[in-house]
Design a binder for this molecule. Structure first.
Ligand SMILES: C[S@@+](CC[C@H](N)C(=O)[O-])C[C@H]1O[C@@H](n2cnc3c(N)ncnc32)[C@H](O)[C@@H]1O
Length: 370
């Protein structure tokens, strides 16, 4: 692309779970060739050489946007409202709309639009005041024939305020980016698909591997593992041969996994107790798992013994040199279970998901003789 066109292109930004900014940035850089400008507060700002539908293929991001303006220097005082109006007014909204239409084709019928304002932190104004300030800045910027719609609008303009940070932009993704289209069956304890995608990236799957989720719930981790390898070719030009299997203690959870995973051809799903797996020693190359968090158990103090017994069993079935990626709320309980089996922690990530702290640990089982 000629340099002059590239400089005209706006930046983009992605919303991610707090703590996962660097990992999402790595996906953006690797799969889209994006240059990361800023990562923090659950926002990753980046530039692309071209903005097209490939941006919608990101798997670790909750939403992606065209960047209109942003700041790290809100004053928390009412004078921010004048700034929000002024910054919004200065944006070349017509250029953003052109790119938006190219990425997200205009639906038939009347075009509709919607404004979203999110605000966290204690500010000297209300969220609705910030929204009104943005709307004043937008006066005359959108075609007069367009109609405001509460739901399913074709164009959404978002303002996100988090402490002193604010970012405003036009949403390119729709709800299928964060919720996916395969998730027909949901469980209250299901992991967010974007977090599952991060865990799968951390597991670094290779061709011809067997991937296990011993407490698979509705099967999100296995779905993301499958999707991360789909379309990948071996040096001989064939699809990666992979095997995915999972199980759960609760037959109704297993039925949800079966319903979600059938379309991917993942059928090796069984009702089992992860503390006693009907699997051979050293038969798995990768384990991805989201065991229950303490608050999901009738007796939260049972979490320690459950983690110890299930990690011991994971160790038995994991091939020496194999990797396990686990997400828990209670990092100390997990680490105490891991210490007993002697896995090496390669990396850990702390994140917030829906207001709750969580911990992802990445472990390698030492190779035989190591
Ligand atoms: C947090 S949920 C997993 C959610 C899953 N990742 C998803 O996306 O739906 C934990 C799962 O562990 C299962 N579980 C709890 N104890 C188990 C055990 N001893 N053996 C196998 N599964 C167990 C629960 O039934 C539940 O489905």
């Amino acid at each position: 692309m000629p340099a002059d066109r590239r400089t005209e292109l706006p930046s983009c930004y992605a919303m991610v779970h707090e703590g996962l900014e660097d990992l999402a940035g790595a996906e953006i850089a690797q799969t889209l060739g994006g240059k990361i400008k800023r990562a923090g507060n659950g926002i990753v700002v980046f530039r692309l050489d071209d903005i097209d539908r490939s941006i919608l293929q990101l798997r670790t991001t909750e939403d992606v946007f065209l960047y209109a303006w942003g700041t790290d220097e809100l004053s928390y005082r009412a004078k921010d409202l004048e700034s929000i109006e002024r910054w919004t007014d200065r944006v070349r909204w017509d250029s953003l709309l052109k790119i938006h239409h190219a990425v997200t084709p205009k639906p038939k019928g009347k075009t509709t639009y919607h404004f979203v304002t999110q605000m966290s932190g204690v500010h000297g104004y209300r969220r609705v005041d910030a929204k009104k300030a943005m709307m004043r800045g937008l006066i005359g910027k959108l075609p007069g024939s367009w109609r405001y719609a509460e739901e399913n609008a074709s164009v959404e303009i978002w303002l996100t305020i988090n402490g002193a940070m604010a970012v405003c932009g036009m949403r390119l993704s729709d709800k299928t980016m964060r919720h996916r289209s395969y998730k027909h069956e949901h469980l209250p304890a299901s992991i967010r698909p974007t977090i599952a995608a991060v865990m799968v990236r951390l597991a670094e799957l290779k061709p011809d591997q067997t991937v296990l989720d011993p407490m698979c719930g509705a099967g999100t981790l296995l779905a993301e593992a499958h999707l991360s390898t789909r379309g990948k070719k071996t040096t001989a030009g064939t699809d990666w041969p992979m095997r995915f299997l999972g199980g759960d203690l609760d037959p109704s959870h297993l039925r949800a996994a079966q319903a979600n995973l059938r379309r991917f051809g993942i059928t090796d799903l069984r009702t089992w107790d992860a503390r006693e797996l009907p699997l051979e020693d050293a038969s798995m190359d990768r384990i991805v798992c989201n065991p229950p968090f303490g608050k999901q158990l009738e007796t939260p103090e049972a979490i320690g013994p459950l983690y110890k017994q299930s990690v011991r069993e994971m160790d038995r079935v994991l091939h020496p040199g194999g990797k396990a990626v686990l997400i828990v709320a209670d990092a100390a309980a997990l680490r105490s279970a891991i210490e007993r089996v002697g896995w090496k922690e390669q990396r850990h990530v702390q994140l917030r998901m829906l207001g709750q702290r969580a911990f992802i640990g990445v472990y390698r089982k030492p190779s035989a003789g190591a």
